[in-house]
Design a protein around this ligand. Structure first.
Ligand SMILES: Nc1nc2c(c(=O)[nH]1)N[C@H]1C(S)=C(S)[C@@H](COP(=O)(O)O)O[C@H]1N2
Ligand SMILES: [Mo]
Length: 250
């Protein structure tokens, strides 16, 4: 029983509310285990802490020889091609939405900010993984610089590549992932500037989440209160078009 209980708790993820809690508690055995005061406390605490825990980091000798690209491997739009031709000199990351100070940052400006490096494993929902050394700016630092308004609850990422239906790729995460210490906007992979195939000039690394959350070809990030105003309202391209879970925690 305890194994099943643990797995269900994990499946519920951190998005679980008291409603989710009620649903599990309908099973009597679970209810007994759960609501003995001591266990409930431990369980709730573990769930909260789980969201903040670091993703595993690897040794340099574990880095994959080739970091396989997936999804778009070149946005190939006239706008992106022009940016690429200029070595991304004209590219800017726009930080907008529910912020006190909207920002527009060039690549050299991002390079001058404090950086973080991490060797992590990327897990794609299609069943492959790759280990890479990522370097970039902690997202928390940029969000602090822009100043989040009280109402901001999610960060939406806007990408340069257009999908089959002509809409740009987009993704979103909540503030727990946005301020997680391993969440960075990466401009380098394995000590090289990010290749086009892996998301040049800048891509999200959100290490506690599955691959599709790691938006490539970033153009803008926006703080919002609700996800209903983004795409079809599920918070991401694949969430909207293929029913992928918005919360893809691993
Ligand atoms: N803009 C954009 N970001 C994206 C995708 C995409 O098609 N477009 N694919 C996603 C998926 S499904 C995965 S697994 C990773 C792949 O990253 P990689 O190309 O560096 O391996 O990017 C994610 N981010
Ligand atoms: Mo993926």
């Amino acid at each position: 029983m305890s194994l099943i209980f643990t797995r269900r708790a994990i499946m519920l993820g951190a998005g679980a509310t008291l409603a989710g809690c009620d649903r599990i508690a309908r099973h009597e055995t679970v209810r007994e285990a759960l609501f003995s005061a001591e266990n409930f406390h431990k369980w709730a605490q573990r769930r909260l802490m789980a969201r903040d825990a670091l993703a595993r980091e690897f040794r340099p000798d574990q880095i994959s020889p080739f970091f396989r690209p997936n999804g778009t491997s070149n946005p190939n739009t006239p706008e992106y091609k022009a940016l690429w031709r200029s070595g991304f000199a004209d590219w800017r990351l726009e930080i907008s939405g529910l912020v006190n100070r909207p920002l527009s940052l060039s690549l050299p400006q991002l390079h001058q900010l404090p950086q973080r490096e991490q060797i992590t494993r990327h897990d794609c929902v299609e069943g492959w993984s790759a280990i890479g050394r990522w370097r970039g700016v902690p997202l928390a630092l940029l969000l602090d610089a822009a100043g989040m308004k009280e109402r901001a609850r999610y960060i939406v990422f806007r990408c340069a590549d257009r999908m089959g239906d002509g809409h740009a790729y987009y993704e979103s995460i909540d503030m727990i992932d946005a301020f997680h210490p391993q969440t960075i906007l990466a401009f380098a992979l394995n000590d090289q500037p990010l290749r086009v195939a892996n998301g040049a000039p800048l891509r999200l690394r959100v290490e506690r989440q599955l691959g599709y959350k790691h938006a490539k070809y970033l153009m803008g990030i926006e703080a919002v209160e609700h996800l209903s105003g983004t795409g079809r309202g599920k918070g991401g391209y694949w969430e909207d078009h293929a029913g992928y879970d918005w919360y893809a925690g691993i």
